[in-house]
Design a protein around this ligand. Sequence first.
Ligand code: CA
Length: 232
Amino acid sequence: MTSHHVLVVEDEQEIRELLQYSIGRSGYAVTVVPDAESALDQLKNEAPDLILIDWMLPRMNGIELARRIRHDQYTKDIPLIMLTARGEEVDKLKSFDAGVDDYVTKPFSPRELNARIRALLRRSGDAEGRQLLVGNLTLDTVAHSVCVNGSNVHLRPTEFRLLELFLRHPKRAFSRSQLLDLVWGRSVYVDKRTVDVHVLRLRKALHEYELDTLVQTVHGVGYRLNPTFGSA
Ligand code: CA
């Protein structure tokens, strides 16, 4: 995977440009959109690593957008930061209720905002630590190894990244285009059926450990970790 991708939803052009510039300078890939509707459109195609939402947006406000993001199975785990001129306690509570992870009050310092983005990305990335477990399978994200009951499972890099993604988001179903985006990267053009080929390879590799049903097909959607295995 390449650098983290941040989606910014802000209607004021000046602030939008400032955010694009300052977040981009910190090494993140930034996409900016002017309203909630464009953000939802954008989210149909790709899942960013973090979303920065301005509270006051035309038509659908930031709180409503945050709620929708949290209620969508594809986007519910994406870290959210709310950006707003409102600093009152009750408003903060309202945005935390909507599932927002952090809150930055305008006028903001770009440096502080970047520190918060970094902290949130680190937290979400390290939430499950370097070892991801499911049933009797352990995936080590640092050693790049997969073990079942102590024996090494040999996976090719793409299958490894697919498995890692499913283990990091045990409750989430991914569409083929989301998998292409997250595993292959947005800049690469690959046919969606490629995903099926690699999921099949992953299942074959896991077959001798009786884990070939670990990755489940969700009809009409894509793939997810089989919930019956449970997360250790
Ligand atoms: Ca605004």
